[in-house]
Design a protein around this ligand. Sequence first.
Ligand SMILES: [Zn+2]
Length: 496
Amino acid sequence: MNIEKDLTRERARKALGFSQGRNSPLPQQRKTSHQNIFLDNLMKQCYTPLMKVTLTAKLKLHTTPEQFRALRTTQLAYRDALNYVSRYAYAHGKMSNKVGLQDGTYVEIRARYKIPAQMACSIPRQVGATYKTLWTKVKQNAAQRKAGITKKRYKGLDQPPKYVSPTLTYQLGHDYSFKTEHRVSILTLQGRVILPYTAYSKHVTMIQQDTPIGAAKLWYDKARKQFYLLVSLEIEVADPTPETHTSVAGVDVGVRYLAVTSTTKGACAFHTGKSIVPKANHYARLRKRLQKKGTRSATRRLVVIAGRERRLKQDANHIVSKRIIDRHPHSLIGLENLTDIRERTKRKRGKKATRKQRKANVAYSKWSFAQLQSMIAYKALLRSSMAIKVDAHYTSKACPVCGHTCDANRPNKGLLFVCQHCHYTLHADLIGARNITMRTLLARQDWARTGQLSVAPGSLDGPDVSVEEAKAARLRRYAELRWMPDTSPRASAGGI
Ligand SMILES: [Zn+2]
C-alpha cells in the first residue's frame, strides 16, 4: 500500500519534471512543483519567458605573451575544426544529428586539429545545432513559399555554413573552472592555463558566491588585442503570478519610434530613435559604399564600420529597454510576435521598386527589433515584471474603440489613424501599442482565471494545424476587444 502510494507520488513528480531529492523539506517542494507546473505550461506554448535569467559576465583575462599565443592558437584550431565538421555534415546529407557527427568526426578532430578530448565533443554539438537551426529555416521557407507568402528560396543550406568568428565555447567543469583569488583555469591545446581576471564587481561577487554558472565563450577583441571570457550566470527570479504582475503594458516597436508604450489607463510614452537612427543610416550608407568598392582596405574598414553600427544600435536598445522597464514595474508587458510581421513589412527591391524606394533601401539601416524585445524580456524579469508575446495581426489597422479593421483607417499611410467607421482619431503609432495592451490584458485575465498564461507561440515548425486553429480563435477574441475612449474621464474611471 505504502509502496503504491510512493509510486504514484513518484510518477506525479516525473510528470511535473521534478529533479529534486526525495528528502527535501516540504515547503520547498511545494514551491518547486508550482514552478514546474508553470514552466510545463509555458513549454507547451513554445515560449519560455525564462524563470531563470541568464546574465553574461565579461571577464577581462590578463595573459602573458605565451598564454596569449596559447589562447589564440586554440581558438583558431577550434574554428578550423568547426568548419571541418560543417563540411562533413554537409557531405553526409546536411546532417544535424550530433551523435552521428561526433561518431564521424571525433578521431579527425583529435588527430588533425589536436583538440583536447574534453573540448572535442563541443564541436559536433555546436555544428549540429547550427544545422538544426538552418533546417528549421528551410522548412519555414518551404511552407511560406507553398502558401504563396514569399517567392524567395532560402539559400542558407546551399553550401556548408562557414564559421568565421573564432569564438570558442567552454563547458564548466570539463574545460574551464574557477580558481581562488579571481583566477580562472581554461583549457588550451598546450594544456590548462590559469589566468587572473578582472570584471564588474557585482559579477565577481556572483561568481564567488553560489550563483549557478553555465558555459563560457572565449572572445577575442581584435582591435584591442585582448581576450575576454564571457561567462553565463543563472539568476533565479520569483515565480511570476497574476498577483505579482498587477499592471499591464503594451509595447509597439517600429521605425519612426523605436518603441511606443501604452498602459490600460491610457498613459503612453514614445521612445524616439531621433538622435540614433540618422547615425545608423550614415553607417549603413558608408557600409554600402565600401562593399561596392571591394578592395582589401575597404573590407578592413567595413569590419570596423559594421562593428560601430552594431554597437550603436545595441546601446540604443539597452537605453530604450531600460526606460520601458523602469516605467512599468510589476507588470505584464506585451510585445508583438515579430515572426508574424517579418513578411508583412517587406521592402520593395530591384525592378519593382521606384527610384526613390531603391535609394531609401541604400540609406536605411535595419533596426534589430528582436534584440530590443529580448532586452525588454530579460530586464523585465530582473525587475519583477514579465514580458509575453501577443499576435501582431492587424495591430496597426484595427480601431481600438469599435473594432473596425481596414487599410483605409490609415489615410495616406500618414501619422494619423482615422477610423473609417466611428471616426476615432489618434496618433498612428499609438494605435499599435493600445491594441497590444488590450491583447495583453486579455492574456492576463485568462491567466488570473485559469492559472495558465497563453501566449502567441513562435512558429517553430512552420504551419501546424492546431497552432493555426488556436491562433484563429485568438484573433476572433481580439476582434471583440474595445478600448474605452480616454478622452472621457467618466468612461475610463467607471469602466462601463
Ligand atoms: Zn472605430
